[in-house]
Design a binder for this molecule. Structure first.
Ligand code: AMP
Length: 192
């Protein structure tokens, strides 16, 4: 039950990750949520990350990897997890592989939520988050295209990528996601 949720900002992966993590009682690790909390709390991570997040740019890999390494040290990570918004660059994906080898955890299943650009912009403008101004939205989509889409290839080559059409309602996406996962790993999933 180790998952990476991939997709553009606004693809709905956070909503799906939260639902499934709750259902399976495993941690939902959203690097965006962790960074926003760190910025609000003015922690050292927050102070270093703030200007990047506000500009819609990626936070440097070194800061993100420190955050992830620390989170993997927590005892609740032993039974499974969903990573949401991480990895976002090939460097992060490779660093995650190295970390998983060190902590003796299996390679995750990657789920890619595909959503049209038109739907992405409408959704992001609608959620009213502080880092969702029109300019940052445009910037984040550009960065996603440049830095994060290569990960689709990376996980596809490893034959561990499931593609989900994320253009439909959250309920319809959840339904398809659960069906796909049951097909792929029916023996591991024990819904509560
Ligand atoms: P999200 O909520 O996942 O869209 O993330 C919000 C912002 O946090 C992004 O626009 C980035 O500035 C930053 N961020 C979140 N996750 C990462 C990551 N894995 N690598 C670099 N920056 C990140």
């Amino acid at each position: 039950m180790q998952f990476i949720f991939l997709g553009s900002p606004g693809a709905g992966k956070g909503t799906q990750a939260s639902l499934l993590a709750n259902r399976w009682q495993i941690p939902h690790i959203s690097t965006g949520d962790i960074l926003r909390a760190a910025i609000a709390g003015k922690t050292s991570l927050g102070i270093q990350a703030r200007s990047h997040v506000e500009a819609g740019e990626l936070v440097p890999d070194i800061l993100i990897m420190a955050l992830i390494r620390e989170r993997f040290g927590e005892p609740d990570m032993k039974q499974g997890w969903i990573l949401d918004g991480f990895p976002r660059t090939l460097t992060q994906a490779q660093a995650l592989d190295e970390l998983l080898a060190i902590v003796r955890q299996p390679y995750p299943q990657a789920i890619y939520f595909e959503v049209s650009t038109e739907n992405l912009v409408t959704r992001m403008l609608g959620r009213g988050r502080q880092d969702d101004t029109e300019a940052t939205i445009r910037r984040r989509l550009e960065i996603y295209q440049a830095d994060t889409t290569p990960l689709i290839d990376f996980y596809e080559k490893r034959e561990c990528l499931i593609k989900i059409d994320g253009n439909r309602s959250p309920d319809a996406v959840t339904q398809t996601l659960q069906e796909s996962l049951l097909v792929h790993q029916s023996s591991h999933l024990v819904p509560v």
